[in-house]
Design a protein around this ligand. Sequence first.
Ligand code: HEC
Length: 153
Amino acid sequence: MRLQRTSLAKMTLLAGIMAITACGGGGSAAPPGAGGPPGASSGKSAPAGLITAADITLGDIDQGMVEKGRATYDVKCQACHSTGPNRVVGPGWKGVTERRKPEWIMNMMLNIDVMLETDPEAQKGLEECLVRMPNQGLSKEQGREVLEFMRTL
Ligand code: HEC
């Protein structure tokens, strides 16, 4: 019994180490494809309930929204995401709006469970990071503010 528990702990530790080394960190940008680049249309219709390109308007950077988005980041996202290129638990956010479409980012923030079920890029992220991004319970408005903050990174 005791022995078993020790080896389980070791395996958990090993999985943790693998997560640290495996998840596309080190500044390497996610490969182009589904999810990016911004503005590119995949031609496929999104599963019901997901945010689509038509739901998002990006104008000039709105500093008020950026500050609110930064505040949300500090409280709810910082533990797992850096604003640089480096991975913490999830990918770093530097340049994320260049790699990913805005609606894809919004859906990762607001509809992570549907994304992990249906979106190949979200599934790839999970495979690489070995951690499911937890739903952070953001409102659509909060998600939009975080997106605005991301545009400044
Ligand atoms: C417990 C850790 C954790 C927290 C907290 C967290 N995330 Fe994540 N996030 C992850 C992991 C792990 C991934 C990669 C998983 C995947 O792609 O399926 C990820 C992926 C993402 C992605 C996709 C990034 C990319 O380049 O592929 C976005 C966008 C994102 N998170 C936004 C947020 C926002 C916004 C918050 C705060 C409101 C947040 N996350 C909080 C762990 C976390």
